[in-house]
Design a protein around this ligand. Structure first.
Ligand code: ADP
Length: 200
């Protein structure tokens, strides 16, 4: 049973890796971006509130996002561990997550940071824009200006998580370039190292 967060810039392959790693761990992969996109598609109240932020490539306000995560982590399948993809994305959200977990007396086991250099990210995001993601799904926020903006938002708001989790002894950085299988293997090795480091 593991509780893991996965973060990395847009285009780093978080969604793909999250599903693969979660399957190997036997825990649910929870993508906050996907939760928001499905609310937008179903035109729920939450979807209407979140849509302008998604379309502009901005972060949805923390109070909305943390509430969504709280509800999702309260579902029975998340009791046996989880892999969170795309949350936290700010230090404030990371504190929120710590608080949520503390309420039920549990802690994170590892924060995985997926590293891909910016030139490669831009290349991937532009090609995803033309052909869709692995499932062929095109995303409205994969527009050239929005892509650059999302990368800037990442640098300013999300990249500081690296130091935040490093200071807590939870950070594992993995190289996100190369074959999909190789990246998954690196992530699994990093998780194993994190777990044995914690139990020693
Ligand atoms: P990517 O990593 O490629 O940007 P995601 O699916 O993770 O894709 O996120 C898409 C969008 O969903 C973000 O640009 C943002 O608007 C919203 N979002 C996702 N996660 C969060 C979060 N933790 N806090 C605020 N907004 C979020």
């Amino acid at each position: 049973m593991l509780r893991v967060v996965l973060f990395g810039p847009p285009g780093a392959g978080k969604g793909t890796q999250a599903r693969r790693i979660a399957e190997r761990l036997g825990v649910p992969a929870i993508s906050i971006g996907e939760i928001f996109r499905s609310h937008v598609a179903e035109r729920t109240d939450l979807g209407r509130r979140a849509q302008p932020y998604l379309d502009a490539g901005n972060l949805v306000p923390d109070e909305i996002t943390v509430a969504v995560v709280r509800d999702r982590l309260a579902q029975p399948d998340a009791k046996a561990g989880f892999l969170l993809d795309g949350f936290p994305r700010t230090v404030h959200q990371a504190d929120g997550l710590r608080g949520l977990l503390a309420e039920t007396g549990v802690r994170l086991d590892c924060a995985l940071e997926l590293i891909v250099d910016e030139e490669e990210l831009v290349r991937r995001l532009f090609s995803r824009r033309l052909s869709g993601d692995v499932a062929g799904v095109r995303r409205k926020d994969d527009h050239p200006n929005t892509i650059r903006h999302r990368l800037a938002v990442y640098r300013e708001q999300t990249a500081p998580l690296s130091e935040y989790y490093e200071a807590q002894g939870l950070l594992m950085r993995i190289n996100g370039t190369g074959a999909v299988e190789e990246v998954t293997d690196r992530a699994m090795a990093a998780l194993q190292a994190a777990v044995s480091r914690r139990s020693s």
